[in-house]
Structure formats: C-alpha cells, structure tokens
Design a protein around this ligand. Structure first.
Ligand code: ADP
Length: 229
C-alpha cells in the first residue's frame, strides 16, 4: 500500500479535484475533517485544549469555540505552536487509524487531502507521490473572493498566510492545473487516477500475491499427490 499527499493553495480547486477522485472510488482522508473530529469532547486533544486555553474557549454546548481559538492563534504565534503541538499528534494518530482501515478493506493506496502538506514538511516523506492542485494566482484570488465573499484585501491576506503557490509547484511530484474550466481539470484527474492505478507498487503486490497463490497451490498439489501414491 502507498500514500498520496494531495494539496493546493486555498481556493485552487482541491475539494473539486477530491470530489472527482471520490467519484472514481478512491479512498480519501480529509485532514480538515479529522482536525475537527479530534477536538470533539471525547477526544484527548479536547481536554488538553481546555486545560491550556481555559474554559472560556468553550461554547455553551461544551464544544470548543473554533472561531475564538482561530482568533487567538492568529494574533499569538506561540499559542498557534501550542495548539499545533496538542492537535497534530492526535490528527496523525487518527489518520493512521483510517489508513489502517482502508488497508484492511483492501485499498492499495490512500489519498491524504492535506491543505498544509508542504508547510508541515515532516509529512511528505511518508508519501509515494505528492500532488498539487494549482491555479493561476489571479484566478485563485477571484475564486476565493467569490466563494468566501471576501474583499480583495481579505482574500490577499488569506493567500499570504500560506506558502506561495509558486513554491509549492517546485515541491510537488505531480501538478493538476485548474486554471481552466472544471472539465479540463477533470481530464487531468482521470490521468492521475490512471497513473495511480498503474503504479508499479500495484504490480509488485499483484506479483507477490500471484507467487503466494502459486506456491500454496503447488504445496496442495504435492500433498495430494503424496496421499494418492
Ligand atoms: P479549495 O478546496 O482548493 O479551497 P475549491 O475546490 O473549493 O477550492 O474551489 C474554490 C472555488 O472555485 C469553488 O467555489 C469552486 O466551485 C470553484 N472552482 C473550482 N474549480 C473551478 C474551475 N475549474 N472553474 C471555475 N470555478 C472553479
């Protein structure tokens, strides 16, 4: 089994590309979903966040007020580090559990959808391929403004908080250029899917499985032959 790290700049079209991969039956783990999951009340990270940031970080429902937390870490880098040190190990543990689940279900590769894959650079070593959903910076800006209802200044600030997309292009093994229409992007995702399906690792796994089956078959045949002679 192997892992594929999928990333992109904000509003470059990562979620749109992921939807196509899921339609094709790929196993995808969304790091953002896992990040929201591990701060739910019954998780260890929840207790640690309440312990470190105080009960004032909670909503009346008892859940963590994610917006308040976002505001704190936006203005205080040391708090961001503290939060990351609490959540990242829990996110990784949870993702590992899900990878194991897909492995047991027989998937030969899992796509990890990680928005900050290249910013958290310790993760790429676990990936066989890294894939970047790219889009022209001007188009990215206008898609972000219209999707999130942001002003130009707000959208520029969001993009500036990430590693520039021009840097990410240099770090990725495979690029999906989403500067055109959705159909053009879909065609590129189909090509990526073919590449993953035809990956040598698949062939090695198949070869190994065939060898094991042939070996077991040979042994059964040998014992039957012994019994009958
Ligand atoms: P990300 O997940 O990278 O933040 P999205 O997939 O949500 O980005 O795409 C950002 C916005 O741009 C969404 O509103 C989406 O519908 C739109 N979008 C994505 N790809 C295209 C495209 N090729 N042409 C036009 N709009 C697109």
């Amino acid at each position: 089994m192997f892992l594929v790290g999928l990333t992109g700049g904000i509003a470059s079209g990562k979620s749109t590309a992921v939807a196509v991969l899921q339609e094709l039956g790929c196993a995808v783990i969304d790091a953002d979903v896992v990040a929201r999951q591990v701060i739910q009340p019954h998780f260890l990270a929840y207790q640690r966040i309440v312990h470190s940031f105080g009960p004032e970080i909670l909503l009346v429902s008892g859940e963590i007020n994610r917006e308040a937390l976002r505001n704190i870490i936006f203005s205080q880098p040391e708090k961001r580090q503290l939060l990351n040190s609490i959540t990242h190990p829990e996110i990784q543990k949870e993702m590992l559990k899900q990878i194991l689940k897909y492995f047991l279900l027989g998937y030969r590769y899992v796509i990890l959808d990680i928005p900050l894959l290249f910013e958290i650079n310790t993760l790429t070593r676990f990936m066989k391929y890294t894939v970047l959903v790219y889009c022209d910076p001007q188009i990215q800006l206008s898609r972000l403004m219209s999707r999130n209802g942001l002003t130009l200044v707000e959208a520029e600030a969001c993009i500036a908080a990430q590693l520039p997309i021009s840097q990410k292009v240099k770090l990725a093994d495979h690029i999906i250029d989403n500067s055109g229409d959705v159909e053009a992007m879909r065609q590129q995702v189909l090509k990526l899917h073919t590449l993953l399906e035809d990956s040598l690792d698949f062939l090695l796994v198949r070869l190994l499985a065939a060898t094991v089956v042939a070996g077991v078959g040979g042994l059964v045949y040998f014992f039957l032959w012994q019994l009958m002679s």
